[in-house]
Design a protein around this ligand. Structure first.
Ligand code: FES
Length: 106
């Protein structure tokens, strides 16, 4: 599935993501700038924050309690589409997903 990353400089990176990886892992493996992922994906750092495109917000499983808590502490403004990208698993239904990297992760 194609995942589009909208970067801080306004450019877009489109990556053909392997199934079963997280949106964060795909970013790190492809050197997408702006997703720090300090904890390596164990849902404890909140530096993998992204804004999920409006069309996809309701298609994702809702954040669990731990993600909810971390989203309250993200460095950039929390918006309706705010998610931790390490908690979004790539599956076929997410083809065309766009996530925007926030201005800052710390
Ligand atoms: Fe740390 Fe997502 S990588 S919370």
């Amino acid at each position: 599935p194609a995942i589009h990353y909208l970067l801080q400089d306004g450019s877009t990176r489109t990556i053909d993501a392997p199934l079963g990886r997280s949106v964060m892992e795909v970013a790190i493996l492809n050197n997408v700038r702006g997703i720090d992922a300090e904890c390596g994906g164990c849902c404890s750092c909140a530096t993998c924050h992204v804004y999920v495109d409006e069309d996809f917000i309701d298609r994702l499983p809702a954040p669990d309690e731990m993600e909810e808590e971390l989203l309250d502490g993200v460095a950039s403004e929390r918006r309706r589409g705010s998610r931790l990208s390490c908690q979004i698993m790539v599956d076929a239904a997410l083809d065309g997903l766009t996530v925007q990297v926030p201005a800052s992760q710390s």
